[in-house]
Structures are given as structure tokens and as C-alpha cells.
Design a protein around this ligand. Structure first.
Ligand SMILES: [Zn+2]
Length: 93
């Protein structure tokens, strides 16, 4: 129980999803996750803008993709934040 405070970013706002243009501007790739088999990969947003346009919302990309392993179309897409997963990034130097 209790409220779990989540990190707030504009990219997490469901009413204002990140677009391909946002990804390019931020220098981010797009993280793709197969909900069936767990296969995942990152893709470059630049070629996608040639097909879908710069303002295509990142969460909608999953509907255009298919898993290369199990061929399902049940794909989740989101920005590939470099610090995803805990924020315990150790840097030396
Ligand atoms: Zn799969």
C-alpha cells in the first residue's frame, strides 16, 4: 500500500506523449519491448520520421512493429532513457 512517487517527465504524460521529433532532439533511441516473449531492442528514430513523420507519438510505434522472434504485434515502445532502471550510474574520472 501507499503511494509510490514516480519520476515526472513530460515524456511520461499520457496526454502529451513524446514524439519522434522529441527523441531526435533529446538524442534518444526508441526502446521496443515484446510483451509476449520479452525480446527487446532499440531503434534509431531518424529513419522512422521518413515513414511516419516527425510528430508520430512514440507509444503508437508499437502498433507498427512486429517482434522478430515470435512475430507478435504486441509491442511496447517508449523513449530509451539512458538512466532507466534505478539511477545508480557510477562514473569514474
Ligand atoms: Zn516476441
Amino acid at each position: 500500500m501507499g503511494w509510490h512517487k514516480r519520476q515526472q517527465t513530460k515524456s511520461n504524460d499520457p496526454e502529451n506523449p513524446a514524439t519522434l521529433a522529441d527523441m531526435i532532439q533529446e538524442g534518444l533511441s526508441i526502446f521496443c519491448w515484446c510483451n509476449r516473449c520479452g525480446h527487446n531492442s532499440t531503434v534509431d528514430p531518424v529513419p522512422l520520421t521518413n515513414v511516419l513523420g516527425s510528430f508520430f507519438p512514440v507509444p503508437e510505434l508499437g502498433r507498427r512493429m512486429r517482434c522478430s522472434i515470435c512475430q507478435t504485434r504486441d509491442i511496447t515502445t517508449r523513449p530509451a532513457w539512458p538512466n532507466h532502471g534505478g539511477g545508480q550510474i557510477a562514473r569514474h574520472g
